[in-house]
Design a protein around this ligand. Structure first.
Ligand SMILES: *Cc1c(COP(=O)(O)O)cnc(C)c1O
Length: 401
């Protein structure tokens, strides 16, 4: 019996080594990594400049404490403020913690306006984490079931629906903020309309709400800009980051601007590990390499190529509902639950994922090459067409549904 708690249905493979976008398992077999550890290892595995930066930092200093000044934390906050236009940063260790900080900011903001039970607008299919507050904000019964009572103070509306947010504004005097992913990851690689952020900004300004973006998955270059909101030209008041920020070294960040940046006072919030020298060195190196190697440009080029090739090769295939995404967040929605494709791809040496049962999801490292993109498409498309021809034959009714 395993002594590890049973929280994941793990695939039967263990990796021992990585180089770029390739991973090797315990049998020496090689796999093309189109997941990057769920949008974490943007620089791929074993990036020489990243490894050297970490080695140097580990030899110098790993951890002190937030009881003391941390020069690298100041430096990373400066850098994040410069690339985001935000004013300041709270550092933690994961995405759910970054969102916890955002939720606490929203509640402080509400209390500062004498709202005793502040509420936050959240979206259907949202994913914000697994802590009690963030699973309450998450729009998935699967994530919440069994953990009731949920934290109060969340009002749910459909994704990409400005009219629904306006209705909440008219009917609920307790709302103080909205918390959204502009590109939902776990929820199925759902892309909002181009005017959604601008629309939210206008509602938030009119209502005096904080506009809070969860960019834990979409941030740090993945969509082709540093942050997904930068495609749309409106700035949030709060933004959360984690996954790709440290290229595998755990780090989370909650950024704030304007009034939201002044809410926490000394003692309001904290973290033992948050923003320690090792994590900050990892994030600084990650950001420098993304910029120097033009990896955001690469994400756009390779992402568009993969979506284009998939669209061409799967054109007219019954059962393919939509191919979507932005940069290197890529989703293929099928008419059928397709979890079995993950194992089939693994057997062919390719790492992919399926989310919300029927959306194939890929989150390749930002260093993915054109050749690797071609191999990905060439490996995946026959798996999809064979899977769909089996499904369509079994369930002919679904074809016309
Ligand atoms: C992964 C994810 C989280 C949770 O991050 P953890 O580091 O697992 O706590 C929160 N929000 C989004 C959008 C995510 O993709």
């Amino acid at each position: 019996m395993s002594h590890v708690m049973n929280t994941y249905a793990r695939l039967p493979v263990a990796f021992v080594r990585g180089e770029g976008c390739w991973l090797w398992d315990t049998n020496g077999r090689r796999y093309l990594d189109a997941m990057a550890g769920v949008a974490v290892c943007g620089l791929g595995h074993g990036h020489p400049r990243f490894v050297a930066a970490l080695r140097e930092q580990i030899g110098g200093l790993i951890h002190t404490s937030n009881l003391y000044e941390i020069t690298l934390q100041e430096k990373l906050a400066d850098r994040l403020a410069a690339i985001s236009g935000m004013d300041n940063v709270f550092f933690c260790n994961s995405g759910c913690e970054a969102n916890e900080a955002a939720i606490k900011l929203a509640r402080l903001y509400g209390h500062s306006k004498d709202i005793e039970a502040p509420a936050i607008v959240v979206l259907e299919k949202a994913f914000h984490g697994r802590t009690i507050a963030t699973l309450s904000a998450t729009g998935s019964r699967k994530v919440q079931a069994g953990f009731e009572p949920l934290v109060a103070g969340f009002v749910r509306v459909p994704f990409d629906d400005l009219a629904a947010v306006k209705r909440v504004a008219e009917n609920n005097r307790n709302v103080v903020a909205v918390l959204v992913e502009l590109l939902q990851g776990e929820g199925g690689v759902n892309v909002c309309a181009d005017n959604y952020l601008q629309g939210l900004r206008e509602i938030c300004d009119a209502q005096g709400w904080l506009l809070m973006l969860d960019e834990v998955q979409s941030g740090t270059g993945r969509t082709g800009k540093w942050f997904a909101f930068q495609h749309a030209g409106a700035r949030p008041d709060v933004m959360t980051l984690a996954k790709g920020l440290g290229n595998g070294v755990p780090i989370g960040a909650c950024l704030a601007a304007g009034a939201a940046a002044q809410l926490f006072k000394s003692g309001s919030h904290g973290s033992t590990f948050g923003g320690n020298p090792l994590a900050c060195a990892a994030a600084l190196a990650t950001l420098a390499i993304i910029e120097d190697e033009r990896l955001m440009e690469n994400a756009v080029k390779i992402g568009d190529f993969i979506r284009g090739e998939l669209a061409q090769r799967l054109a007219g295939t019954k059962g393919v509902k939509e191919i979507r995404g932005k940069g290197l967040m890529i989703g293929i929605e099928l008419d059928y639950a397709c979890g079995e494709l993950v194992q089939q791809a693994l057997e062919r040496g390719l790492l992919i994922n399926v989310t919300v049962d029927n959306v194939i999801r890929m989150l390749p490292p930002l260093v993915f090459t054109g050749e690797q993109a071609e191999l990905l498409v060439a490996t995946l498309t026959p798996l999809i067409t064979e899977f769909l021809s089996r499904q369509n034959a079994d369930q002919p009714a679904a074809q016309t549904a």
